[in-house]
Design a protein around this ligand. Structure first.
Ligand code: NAD
Length: 297
């Protein structure tokens, strides 16, 4: 039913497949150079996981599949879902000191009471392939995008660029202001020349702001939060949300009503198949580049 209505509207679907394949090819080249400079030893992408959530495991399996395809080794440090800050920080510090490890990922969610910023301080900044450390966040805040970027935020920008969507001079709205998605997306859009407004749980009338958006990025963590009545005709909407319900994956955007409201001149990123796969491709690429730098290749 949804597929039929989207086809009828002929809305542009901002898929990630082509760009993800290009990034995967670039990652493979970097890993090959690093491996050769290390005398044939593949660099490793490592993840610290302190949750039992099945979604986190599935996510990590997908990411590691991409890393393996690029030629990297992978390593998981599985901690309990009640691990302490000290245990998590210790695991991150051990990986930071391991010469074979080129990139480190700290999987969400973290156990209750664990402060992400506090433990992220134990990740060596040059191995911080998801832009989590204070050093990398401060660099982005200062307008420098040369370091590792928070991968999901970078994926949003890649998706816009891959589909030749003009950013400079346009009105952009970001729903959500988390440290890992909303805030860095807003900063990257600003740096790309958009005028950006951020909507969050304290915003009294979300729709009044989102209807003004020419580019709308939704990263609220609430399934189907943004509906047709919240968007302007012809806008570009990027759905960052991921909600697994059985075999299905849904976004933060109600795709059917939003597609109908956007009309044929609008564009919408699909879930699945949009920001998610591109985030993985960027993480692998950032890990591959870190490996190449580290190996002096
Ligand atoms: P979060 O819970 O840390 O932050 C959510 C933000 O949205 C907050 O700033 C909050 O103020 C805002 N928000 C929540 N409800 C709102 C409402 N009703 N109205 C306005 N603002 C509201 O979440 P997060 O980690 O930023 O993740 C956001 C979504 O993106 C989740 O669905 C998550 O699963 C998904 N995600 C996807 C990827 C990917 O690779 N595609 C990566 C990370 C997160």
């Amino acid at each position: 039913m949804l597929r039929r209505s989207l086809e009828w509207i002929a809305l542009r679907s901002l898929t990630a497949k082509a760009r993800s394949a290009e990034l995967a090819a670039a990652a493979a080249l970097s890993v090959a150079a690093a491996t050769s400079a290390r005398g044939g030893r593949a660099p490793i992408l490592a993840a610290v996981i302190a949750t039992d959530e099945p979604d986190a495991r599935i996510y990590m399996e997908r990411l590691f599949k991409g890393a393996s395809a690029a030629g990297m080794g992978v390593r998981t440090v599985q901690l309990s879902a009640t691990a302490s800050e000290a245990e998590i920080a210790g695991a991150l510090a051990t990986l930071s000191a391991d010469d074979d490890v080129a990139g480190i990922i700290l999987q969400s969610p973290l156990p209750a009471g664990v402060d992400r910023d506090q433990v992220a301080a134990s990740i060596a900044p040059e191995k911080d392939v998801d832009g989590l450390t204070a050093a990398n966040a401060a660099r982005l805040d200062a307008g420098d995008t040369s370091g590792a970027l928070p991968a999901t935020a970078a994926a949003v920008m890649e998706l816009l660029r891959a589909h030749n969507i003009t950013i400079a001079g346009r009105r952009a709205v970001v729903v959500g202001r988390s440290a890992i998605v909303g805030r860095p997306v807003a900063q990257l859009l600003r740096l790309a020349g958009a005028s950006v407004e951020v909507v969050h749980t304290g915003t009294p009338d979300m729709g009044a702001v989102t209807r003004e958006a020419e580019i709308l990025v939704v990263a609220a963590g609430v399934r189907g939060l943004v509906r047709g009545e919240h968007v302007a005709r012809g806008a570009v909407v990027i759905d960052v949300g991921i909600h697994a319900v059985g075999e299905q994956i849904y976004g933060d955007v109600d795709a059917e009503s939003v597609a109908a409201a956007l009309g044929p001149d609008g564009a919408l990123s699909p879930v699945p198949g949009g920001v998610g796969p591109l985030t993985n491709a960027i993480l692998v690429l950032q890990a591959a580049r870190a490996a190449e730098r580290r190996a002096g290749a």
